[in-house]
Write a protein of this length. Structure first.
Length: 79
C-alpha cells in the first residue's frame, strides 16, 4: 500500500527519507533521537552544532538534504 504523499511523508516519514536523515545525523557525529514530526526534526537539527560557522554548515546540510530528496522524488514520479 502506498502512503499518501504530503510534506511530512516526503521529507520525513517515508522509510527511505528517514534512513537518509539518520545517515546525515550519524555523519555529523551526534546522537539524536528521531522526533515525531518533520518540524521537530528541523528544530532539533538547528541545535546540533554550536557556533556561527556551524550554523551555516547546518543550513547548507539541511537544504542540500531536502533538495536531494525532492530531486529523487521527482525522478521517480516523472520517469
Amino acid at each position: 500500500m502506498e502512503e499518501e504523499e504530503d510534506v511530512h511523508h516526503l521529507f520525513y516519514a517515508c522509510q527511505v527519507t528517514a534512513s537518509i536523515w539518520r545517515q546525515v545525523i550519524a555523519w555529523v557525529g551526534v546522537n539524536l533521537v528521531m522526533p515525531q514530526t518533520f518540524g521537530q526534526l528541523f528544530k532539533q537539527f538547528g541545535g546540533l552544532l554550536p557556533g556561527r560557522k556551524s550554523r551555516r554548515v547546518k543550513h547548507i546540510l539541511w537544504h542540500a538534504t531536502c533538495w536531494c530528496v525532492w530531486l529523487s522524488r521527482n525522478a521517480i514520479i516523472f520517469k
